[in-house]
Write a protein that binds this ligand. Structure first.
Ligand code: DLZ
Length: 200
């Protein structure tokens, strides 16, 4: 049975008041890019403004938890102080670097307008011949869960942990019977951000 048949019935919520931070790994970029596009497409379809979507990159999935944590902290600092520090400064990268990683039409200063309502971590881990896969998968999933629980901000688990390239392609919508899981992550981010606001 394809994983598609087991997914949640999608709920579409109004994302027009939300700010969403995305961090993606650059390993397995041919899979990452369609996942990122699928994620952004659903965020935009839910009404999230392009200028309220900030995208940052890291080398590999291992780096996702610290980057998600710092990106959120940067957005909090910016919204609570008049400091001219940027998210890029707090992540240790330059503003120019951050701007280069942003989607077209977005700007680094977008992070000055408020803390993120949801964070999405995107990575693709493909099992190789060593124990790397097991160590990284386990640590990254625990790390991302920890960031979510510590900050109280929904962190969407957009990390594929697959055995083969073919499985990764199917989950990025690159095969005939595949499905782009990035779309699910975009919808999950909006749903969880809206519900989190209601539960606050
Ligand atoms: C080292 C490594 C390996 C073997 N495989 C992957 C992978 O499939 N997907 C991924 O996102 N990253 C991989 N990495 C890189 C690590 O996540 C990390 O970037 C490096 O170990 C440096 O800390």
């Amino acid at each position: 049975m394809h994983s598609d048949t087991k997914g949640p019935a999608p709920q579409v919520h109004d994302g027009s008041a939300l700010r969403v931070g995305i961090v993606h790994a650059r390993w397995n970029d041919t899979i990452i890019q369609p996942l990122l596009e699928g994620t952004k497409a659903k965020l935009l379809a839910c009404g999230v403004k392009e200028s309220n979507i900030v995208v940052e990159t890291v080398p590999g999935s291992w780096e996702l938890p610290i980057a998600v944590q710092r990106l959120y902290a940067a957005s909090q600092v910016q919204s609570s102080s008049s400091s001219s520090a940027t998210a890029g400064d707090l992540l240790g990268s330059s503003t120019a670097d951050l701007t280069a990683a942003l989607p077209e039409g977005a700007s680094a200063s977008a992070t000055a307008t408020g803390p993120f309502d949801a964070l999405i971590a995107i990575g693709v881990l493909i099992k190789g011949e060593t124990m790397h896969f097991e160590y990284i998968s386990d640590s990254v999933s625990q790390g991302l869960m920890r960031v979510g629980l510590d900050t109280g901000v929904p962190v969407i688990f957009g990390v594929l942990t697959v055995l083969t390239d073919e499985q990764a392609k199917a989950r990025a919508g690159l095969t005939a019977d595949g499905h782009n899981h990035g779309e699910d992550w975009g919808l999950a981010a909006v749903e969880m951000a809206v519900k989190k606001k209601a539960w606050a």
